[in-house]
Ligand binder design. Structure first.
Ligand code: ATP
Ligand code: MG
Length: 329
């Protein structure tokens, strides 16, 4: 299988960009249900699926930029500082006076399900603006990553559509994580989903998102519909079961997960997707990219905090060597 058949634009065309929410995450230190009694919390940790994704793109060696908003507060400074330090172009992050940076409080239940208290749509994260720096970033981008969670923010679907058109018209490519939220399935959800799928080169669903995105009841008909829409490759995230690559030509590669002790699963999918995409943009074959992406997802779940386990290529190589050698991480 050749990397050149992928339709994923090479790094040389320009940076990978994304648009969406920047948040802090504040986590309960005990397992239980929700926030109805006082309890010990830990945080703030930098978060937001698009932010985790773009931080990982940069850490693994890709050029990266984000269009997003934060408030003029410590939570915003924490996030901008982290992204900047990790090499992300932060010029298109707006600092909005009079709004707080978005936040998510999370507590894990005994069965691994999560309870959240979100402050997103009424925070700075819910007010994404395109500044001249944002326009300039879109002009020079080689790839747009569309994060489904960002559709909950007013105006972002229009902005993503316009960016996708512009970047594709200059030979760039698009990846889509249909990180399904209820918002996407409401009202015009299907139309929006289909519009994004039609522009997508690389689809990164997790588990049943494949069927939901395709609107089909089983894997075979879902894959047929998605490839029929022009998607070039589909990479399915399966948590502890690893991941699978499906090519337009019928190729399939299954890649097992690394065995690690899971401390915090949030952000695994974002680190996985960013690593896979960036490796492919650098011309790596799908099987090798898949293995490194599995390593990035596994490495992330060993750290508390959604963005604390992002990895450089050197980190991943050391991680793979350690887990292959049987060390417990
Ligand atoms: P998120 O919680 O960020 O939304 P996701 O559902 O999009 O995640 P997952 O399938 O949970 O994505 O994780 C992505 C990849 O990370 C998996 O395909 C796997 O390779 C790796 N991974 C996730 N959880 C584990 C785990 N507990 N052990 C080992 N690897 C894992
Ligand atoms: Mg996901």
């Amino acid at each position: 299988m050749s990397a050149t058949t992928s339709g994923i634009a090479p790094e040389a065309l320009g940076p990978t960009i994304t648009i969406g929410e920047i948040l802090v995450e504040i986590m309960a230190t005990t397992i239980g249900t929700g926030f109805l009694e006082p309890q010990v919390l830990v945080g703030p940790y930098p978060s937001g699926a698009p932010a985790i994704f773009i931080d990982q793109v940069s850490r693994i060696g890709g050029k990266a930029g984000i269009i997003a908003s934060v408030g003029n507060d410590d939570f915003g400074k924490l996030n901008i500082g982290r992204l900047k330090n990790d090499g992300v172009d932060v010029s298109a992050i707006s600092v909005i006076e009079g709004k707080s940076t978005g936040s998510a409080f999370v507590r894990y239940r005994p069965d691994g399900a999560r309870d959240f208290v979100f402050n997103i749509t009424s925070s700075a994260a819910g007010e994404i603006r395109v500044t001249s720096a944002g326009d300039a970033l879109i002009e020079r981008a080689g790839h747009v990553h569309v994060m489904g969670s960002a559709f909950a923010i007013p105006g972002v679907s229009e902005l993503l559509s316009a960016s996708v058109k512009k970047v594709k018209s200059r030979g760039g490519s698009v990846s889509f994580d249909p990180n399904i939220r209820k918002e996407l399935l409401k009202a015009d959800g299907r139309g929006l989903m289909d519009e994004m799928l039609a522009a997508t080169d690389l689809l990164l669903p997790s588990d049943e998102e494949l069927l939901i995105a395709a609107g089909r009841p089983d894997e075979t008909s879902a894959l047929a519909r998605l490839f029929g829409m022009g998607i070039r490759e589909i990479v399915l995230k399966r948590g502890r079961a690893g991941s699978s690559f499906f090519g337009q030509d019928g190729a399939r590669i299954d890649s097992p997960a690394f065995r690690v002790a899971e401390i915090d699963p949030t952000g695994a999918g974002d680190c996985f997707g960013a690593t896979y995409l960036t490796c492919r943009r650098k011309g790596m074959d799908p099987d090798k990219a898949l293995r490194l992406a599995n390593a990035a997802g596994a490495h992330n779940v060993t750290k508390q905090g959604p963005m604390e386990g992002v990895s450089s290529l050197a980190d991943l190589e050391a991680f793979v060597a350690a887990v292959t050698a049987g060390a417990t991480l």
